[in-house]
Design a binder for this molecule. Structure first.
Ligand code: PHE
Length: 452
């Protein structure tokens, strides 16, 4: 009865494809198109990409399935899903704190995510009116030098996110994602073809796919792992929260595989679209967060119809960012509203306001505070990114794997994993039980060890 009430406050995805689209919408975003190329760039390319792909496969995929299992069986927000899975397995209710750590990670991530997404919104107009008179690097400096400019776009993006979440995510979003995500895919393919024709494509290929392990450090590992969690939206309850709205008859295994493949494909395509331009125009591969903006604008400036395709690209990227940002806000709003602490609308508004405030620090990291370091020599934005992506998400993911692998009742797991049986089940279980937690723990350990 209790559960029924909670469920009614959220609704459930209509149609078989909607979950795949929504989960892909959550996974595919700035992480793939902005984050992956720039992190591959600053970490030297191939080796980073290989470690990233390995993490996706042996840590990400098993944990993604685990999150869906926990979310779908109870149909509630991550905190209550964890609570119910723990209770029904006769385990301590303390497991619900994984939900809390996830919510904190979501808040931290959305605070800087919104600033970057704001820059994307701004670039819709910049790409439309850019004549190529000033270089794209200068253009990026102009955009980021003005804190007011960044704050305005940050505010617009947060308001968009909050309005969609407060309306309830089953209305509208599904439909929007269904049309716009495939369009983003098409334009990315187009950009890759552009890279093949006009860029230094073979140089890009060897940069991304011939690993050079000589410069790999524990730093490379923790960044690649963090990027894998971030890109798949794992370790913080987004996928758990979306899993809660997934119909019972849908298959967990094949659905997860689809989501993971699409997400990885988009990241790789983004790399293949961006690096040929970087190398052809002598741009700096390791230049950091500005990489995608500078390289893509350079390409559009050279291209026929660039002033048309450019804005389209940034519109689609902004939509991809929006379909991710709503999944960052959803877990906490779902919790506050199902507990009847606040209404959906009020929860969305209040939490977003707090996130907006926190985001100011990230906006200022591009200008006034660019020299201010918080931890490990990182500025505010990098600190948020580090804490959330490289610490909280892998930690949350590791705990979820430990819970499902060691503490959750097996009959409960089997009830949900309707399409995975026999040997596939055993392999999955082995990865959840051993490989994923040990992998994360090992990377944490080697990262911490370098300080001693
Ligand atoms: N996966 C999203 C992206 O790649 C970001 C995200 C992280 C969304 C964590 C939800 C949870 O952009």
């Amino acid at each position: 009865m209790e559960l029924q009430k909670k469920l009614q406050s959220h609704g459930s995805w209509v149609g078989k494809w909607t979950f795949i689209l929504a989960a892909t919408g959550s996974a595919v975003g700035l992480g793939n198109i902005w984050g992956f190329p720039y992190k591959a760039g600053t970490n030297g390319g191939g080796a980073f990409v290989l470690i990233y792909l390995t993490c996706i496969l042996i840590i990400g995929l098993p944990i993604l399935m685990s999150e869906i299992i926990i979310g779908r069986r109870s149909g509630t927000s991550p905190i209550n899903s964890m609570l119910s899975a723990a209770k029904d397995s006769n385990r301590s209710s303390l497991w619900r704190f994984i939900g809390w750590s996830g919510i904190s990670a979501g808040v931290l991530i959305l605070s800087f995510y919104s600033v970057i997404a704001g820059i994307c919104l701004n670039y819709i107009f910049i790409a439309a009116f850019s004549t190529g008179e000033i270089s794209s690097s200068e253009q990026f400096s102009i955009v980021t030098e003005s804190s007011i400019n960044l704050l305005i776009w940050h505010s617009i993006f947060i308001i968009l996110t909050a309005s969609i979440v407060s309306a309830g995510i089953d209305k509208g979003i599904g439909r929007m994602v269904k049309i716009l995500m495939p369009m983003l895919g098409i334009i990315l393919v187009f950009m890759v073809i552009n890279g093949i024709i006009n860029g230094a494509f073979s140089k890009a290929l060897s940069f991304l796919f011939s690993p050079d392990f000589s410069n790999v450090t524990s730093q490379t590992f923790i960044e690649a792992m963090g990027q894998a969690f971030f890109s798949l939206s794992l370790g913080m309850g987004s996928i758990m929260a979306y899993g809660a709205y997934m119909p019972k008859e849908q298959k967990v295994g094949s659905t997860s595989l689809t989501v993971v493949s699409l997400d990885t494909l988009v990241a790789l395509f983004a790399g293949l679209a961006i690096f040929p331009i970087i190398f052809a125009f002598g741009l700096e591969a390791g230049s950091g967060p500005g990489l995608v903006f500078v390289s893509i604008l350079t390409a559009f400036n050279q291209m026929e119809f660039g002033q048309l395709i450019g804005p389209l690209f940034f519109i689609l990227l902004s939509v991809a960012a929006l379909s991710s940002s709503i999944s960052l806000l959803e877990p906490v709003v779902a919790y506050l509203s199902e507990e009847r602490i606040l209404s959906r609308g009020l929860a969305a508004a209040l939490i977003s306001f707090f996130i907006w405030l926190l985001g100011i620090g990230s906006a200022l990291s591009f200008n006034l505070w660019s020299d201010k370091t918080i931890i490990l020599n990182k500025n505010f934005l990098d600190t948020m990114d580090f804490l959330a992506n490289q610490i909280l998400l892998p930690f949350g993911g590791m705990m979820i794997a430990i819970f499902v692998g060691w503490f959750m009742k097996e009959s409960l797991i089997k009830d949900e994993l309707n399409d995975v049986s026999g040997i596939t089940y055993n392999i999955w279980r082995f990865f959840v039980k051993y490989i994923a937690p040990i992998g994360v723990a090992f990377i944490f350990y080697s990262f911490v060890r370098q300080f001693f």
